[in-house]
Design a protein around this ligand. Structure first.
Ligand SMILES: [Fe+2]
Ligand SMILES: [Fe+2]
Length: 192
């Protein structure tokens, strides 16, 4: 399956505002994938598809993950809506017939990040946070994020902002999110 066909499937399943967000994510994915010499078509496909499972009920998502043996983080168990990435990652190869672990890991971890999300996951994570429809950022914020020299620094910048936000709402970073920060701070790189 190609990007255009997948976009049609997503367009029919998402309400217009979320579809707009998904298109915004695709736009950033494409630029970053090109810049860092990753698979552009695959990054566009992960971008359009990442929120595909957003409409499933939270408790259904948790049951879905348990049924399919998908590992669930403690924070995801408490807030099952976070599992929409895990559910979409399961559907991605089954709908597209593209069995590529990089795409599955990227979609799986777009909500909380992970040291194992890979370079494609870093692209999706940054794109999801910074696409032009996101109202919590202004153009200057975007330039700060996109101006970083590599994907690791970009993700660290986003994580730093997530951490600041987590203080203001008095909710600590999820364990896997803090692990990602520590991994990058100690020089860890995302797999290609
Ligand atoms: Fe999402
Ligand atoms: Fe999203």
């Amino acid at each position: 399956m190609d990007y255009t066909t997948l976009e049609k499937i997503v367009r029919e399943s998402e309400k217009p505002s979320r579809f707009e967000h998904s298109l915004g994510v695709v736009e950033v994915c494409q630029v970053l994938a090109k810049r860092f010499r990753l698979d552009v078509e695959l990054s566009r496909m992960t971008g359009i598809f990442h929120d595909y499972a957003r409409y499933m009920d939270g408790s259904d998502m948790l049951a879905f993950c348990l049924k399919h043996g998908i590992p669930v983080e403690e924070e995801e168990r408490k807030s099952p809506m976070l599992l929409h990435g895990a559910v979409a990652a399961w559907y991605f190869p089954r709908i597209t017939n593209i069995w590529d672990e990089r795409a599955e890991l990227a979609i799986r971890h777009h909500t909380l990040a992970s040291p194992g999300m890979g370079a494609l996951g870093a692209v999706l994570y940054v794109a999801d946070y910074s696409e032009k429809g996101r109202r919590h950022l202004d153009d200057n914020d975007r330039l700060v994020i996109w101006g970083k020299a590599n994907l690791e620094e970009m993700v660290l910048e986003v994580l730093h902002r997530e951490e600041e936000y987590s203080f203001t709402v008095n909710r600590p970073l999820a364990r896997i999110t803090a692990q990602t920060r520590d991994y990058l701070l100690s020089g860890g790189r995302f797999a290609l």
